[in-house]
Design a protein around this ligand. Structure first.
Ligand code: ZN
Length: 331
């Protein structure tokens, strides 16, 4: 690895590696990533883009709603931790910034001296807690009744147990794991997705190597069109992005089954309107020594999905600088 960690932003590569390799649900991993990359729409972040009359926390109203407030300072978060099986006194962490706190969540061994299997369970619990705190906050923003801290704690425990059980069954039968799987050594896997919004379509691709490290990302704005056409264009973006990498073997992966089938066997192309795109994809892929295309369920494709959402939300296209947080060995 030639790059120094200083170019990787505030979170170091090893923390991201630990996170992406962990067995927790992809959606939870993504939440931590969104928190650190400041792509979670808390009032303070939104107010930099839109005029917002009140930027205080919708839950307690006591402070400006920053990510630190939501996940470290907000009284409901403090209470949720106090009621938990790991009853942390959040006062100890109050001067930390969010990166420092997320690092502890990902790797509790150093600071909290929690070891082995318990460390993994703690990480899972902490992410579930963050997820439920964020969900609760959103419920309040959407006008629902706030829940009290006891109810929230019960809910956090319930969800934690569900995830833990799912985790155990994943460890038991790896085949059914909802987690994304890295490609074999010497390959890159390019996950593609597209998000269709009322005003535009955004395509996104995330390419990762056999370590799960991100080697390239791209996102692109497209005009509104049929979902089938849009997903095909996203697959083409994946093939084109892979082409720019110095790699001989590539697999492109997405949750659009009919597109994947058409790439593998053009005679199954479901509609003539994507014939030319499928042809372009195959032409690009045929320039590799080896290629494949695979279908994944949505849950395992959520890094690409999230990039598309992020690009739409931030109205920023191309390769986002924040992908630097994740990667090792970017070429
Ligand atoms: Zn608050």
């Amino acid at each position: 690895m030639q790059q120094s960690n200083t170019s990787l932003g505030p979170m170091h590569e090893e923390h991201w590696k630990m996170l992406w390799k962990s067995k927790m649900h992809e959606r939870l991993k993504l939440l931590l990533w969104r928190i650190v990359c400041k792509s979670l729409p808390v009032q303070e972040i939104l107010s930099k883009r839109f005029p917002i009359p009140n930027i205080s926390c919708p839950v307690c109203g006591e402070e400006v709603e920053t990510v630190e407030h939501v996940f470290i300072h907000c009284p409901i978060t403090v209470q949720a931790w106090a009621n938990s099986v790991w009853p942390l006194n959040m006062d100890v962490f109050k001067d930390m910034n969010i990166d420092q706190w997320i690092k502890i969540i990902i790797n509790p061994i150093e600071k909290l001296k929690i070891q082995g299997k318990e460390a993994k369970e703690f990480s899972l619990f902490a992410v579930v807690l963050c997820d439920q705190v964020w969900k609760n906050r959103n419920q309040i923003v959407w006008g629902n009744q706030p829940v009290d801290s006891i109810k929230l704690s019960i809910q956090i425990n319930k969800v934690f147990i569900q995830h833990k059980q799912a985790w155990q069954s994943i460890l038991g039968e790896k085949e059914n794991s909802p987690s994304w799987k890295p490609p074999p050594l010497g390959w890159i896997k390019c996950n593609f997705d597209a998000t269709v919004k009322p005003d535009k379509v955004v395509l996104a691709v995330v390419c990762r190597d056999s370590n799960g490290s991100i080697v390239a990302t791209d996102s692109q704005e497209e005009c509104l069109s049929e979902p089938l056409w849009v997903k095909s264009k996203a697959a083409l973006l994946a093939a084109s992005l892979a082409r720019k990498e110095v790699v001989a073997r590539v697999v492109i992966e997405g949750d659009a089954q009919s597109v994947i089938k058409a790439i593998l066997n053009p005679s199954t192309t479901p509609h003539w309107s994507i014939n030319a795109i499928i042809e372009d994809i195959r032409l690009t892929l045929n320039s590799f020594e080896c290629w494949n295309a695979s279908f994944v369920f949505r849950d395992s494709n959520c890094v690409a999905h999230s990039l598309a959402q992020w690009a739409y939300f931030c109205n920023s296209f191309g390769s986002p600088p924040l992908c630097c947080f994740w990667l090792g060995g970017r070429r």
